[in-house]
Design a protein around this ligand. Structure first.
Ligand SMILES: Cc1cc2nc3c(=O)[nH]c(=O)nc-3n(C[C@H](O)[C@H](O)[C@H](O)COP(=O)(O)OP(=O)(O)OC[C@H]3O[C@@H](n4cnc5c(N)ncnc54)[C@H](O)[C@@H]3O)c2cc1C
Length: 438
């Protein structure tokens, strides 16, 4: 993969080496007509396009680079039916009945993601082995209990795992039990995105790749989405560019770009583990991400590589430093992994919002956008597709699961995005403190 803009993160993702190749669709070189135009070919854009096309709509997708170029093809592939910051109580308190529907959507999002892969024959190394969130201190088990109570109350099939079971589950005594949700697991995310694109094409979605949208203008009752060599006129538009909103054509929607801070997150893939080690370390192959703010997380890929990652305050010599940071974490947690070697390092933008909530916006009549995956929206962005499709096709706000909010731009966004990584200092300090329980 190459990227048209040298300034954005352009290290290819490991997943590119292990996913079936996709020949990019052609560029847009004409003036065409569709009912709905979607900008961005990641999970959100593609799952929305699929739902719309299945409802009989004529849909065009414009992807500025290639399918899965953004976070969707670069992430850790953990399918998690929980958000990273916004808890169910807080979502419902803030958004009332719509919040309740959003919580249900999140609760069911992992199941939806795996079901869709089956239904559409998406070959993506899917393993629905569950998602485990172990507590990183004995005190943090109270956070797990609180979270478990909140989700169980809303019908999530999660359960608490005690310390003994956790040691067996992980092959490590460095965690203290935690919440387990059997609907989670992991996928090869780029293969999923490519499979979703093929499913879209099979039901008539017109995908254009290497076609950055440059502007969206009003035309009569509809919209024109412009690109360098062509344009699409349609009744409705969905902006699904998320943390990459100003990465390719910053002028496209500065207003949406400034609602979110794109934070560069690093990923590593290890050499494949021997079968002896694999049987001992996370033998059940769950996706694991713990209770830290400076998150420790890992999962196996289909070749028994451990895929993990983290963030760094300073980006100098990032690839080598990331290997050594994650190598040390693995050795501390699993001494048997002291000789683990990493073959690939890559990165992508996580879209952080100031309040940690996802945000749904209406930029004009029938012009929609969302952002705020906050590093945990593989399942959410896939499950959102049918809901966004409903919004786009005119379902009334009172029946939607999407709390549509006013756009709040982050003051001094230019500076905020440069200093956002300093939040890691705060996360690391807070990880060492007893948790606050409400
Ligand atoms: C390193 C990393 C690890 C992560 N790990 C996990 C995880 O394990 N589990 C989890 O739940 N979540 C994880 N996430 C978050 C998750 O990947 C994202 O929330 C999700 O993929 C967002 O999908 P999306 O379709 O909304 O955005 P994206 O996949 O980012 O898609 C946006 C697309 O818009 C395109 N675009 C931008 N500008 C234009 C333009 N002008 N014209 C046309 N196209 C344009 C981009 O090229 C891109 O393809 C991770 C994220 C990162 C970066």
């Amino acid at each position: 993969m190459s990227h048209p803009n040298e300034n954005i993160v352009s290290v290819p993702s490991f997943w590119d080496n292990v996913s079936s190749a996709r020949s990019p669709a052609s560029r847009l070189t004409d003036s065409i007509r569709a009912e709905i135009t979607i900008i961005g070919g990641g999970f959100t854009g593609l799952s929305t396009a699929l739902a719309l096309a299945k409802a009989g709509k004529k849909v065009a997708v414009l992807e500025g680079c290639v399918i899965g170029w953004g976070a969707s093809g670069r992430n850790n592939g953990q399918v998690i039916p929980v958000l990273s910051a916004a808890e169910p109580d807080a979502i419902e308190q803030r958004f009332g009945e719509t919040g309740e529907r959003l919580v249900h959507l999140i609760r069911d999002s992992a199941e939806y993601t795996f079901d869709l892969a089956k239904k559409e024959n998406i070959e993506c190394e899917a393993e629905q082995t569950g998602w485990f969130q172990p507590a990183h201190t004995p005190d943090h088990i109270r956070i797990s209990q609180q979270r478990h109570k909140a989700w169980a109350k809303r019908g999530a099939p999660c359960r608490m795992v005690d310390r003994n079971e956790s040691v067996k589950m992980l092959g490590s005594d460095k965690w203290y039990g935690g919440m387990f949700n059997p609907t989670g697991g992991h996928i090869n995310p780029l293969a999923y995105a490519r499979g979703l694109a093929s499913a879209c094409e099979a039901v008539g979605v017109q995908i254009f790749e290497n076609t950055p949208a440059t502007d969206v203008t009003r035309s009569g009752d509809g919209w024109i989405v412009h690109s360098e060599n062509g344009e699409v006129t349609s009744d409705a538009v969905m902006l699904a560019t998320h943390a990459y909103s100003d990465a390719i054509r910053p002028q496209l929607s500065p207003i949406i770009a400034r609602t979110t801070i794109p934070v560069n997150a690093w990923q590593v893939a290890s050499e494949p583990l021997s079968e002896d080690l694999r049987k001992y370390i996370v033998p059940g192959r769950q996706a694991v991400s713990d209770t830290r703010g400076d998150l420790q997380y890992f999962r196996y890929d289909a070749r028994n590589r451990l895929i993990s990652g983290g963030a760094m305050i300073f980006q100098q010599n990032a690839q080598e430093r990331m290997k050594s940071i994650i190598g040390k974490r693995f050795t501390d947690n699993f001494p048997a992994l002291k000789d683990l070697r990493f073959s690939h390092v890559w990165s992508g933008y996580v879209g952080r919002t100031v309040d940690g909530f996802p945000h749904f916006h209406q930029l004009g009549p029938d012009y929609w956008a969302w952002t705020g995956g906050n590093g945990r929206a593989v399942a959410l962005s896939i499950a959102l597709g049918p809901k966004l499709a409903k919004a786009i096709t005119g379902t009334s706000q009172k029946d939607l699961s999407l709390p549509v909010t006013e756009i709040t731009q982050i003051p001094m966004h230019f500076i905020a995005r440069r200093v956002a990584r300093l939040a890691l200092v705060w996360f690391r300090w807070r990880d060492g403190q007893p948790p606050k329980i409400n």
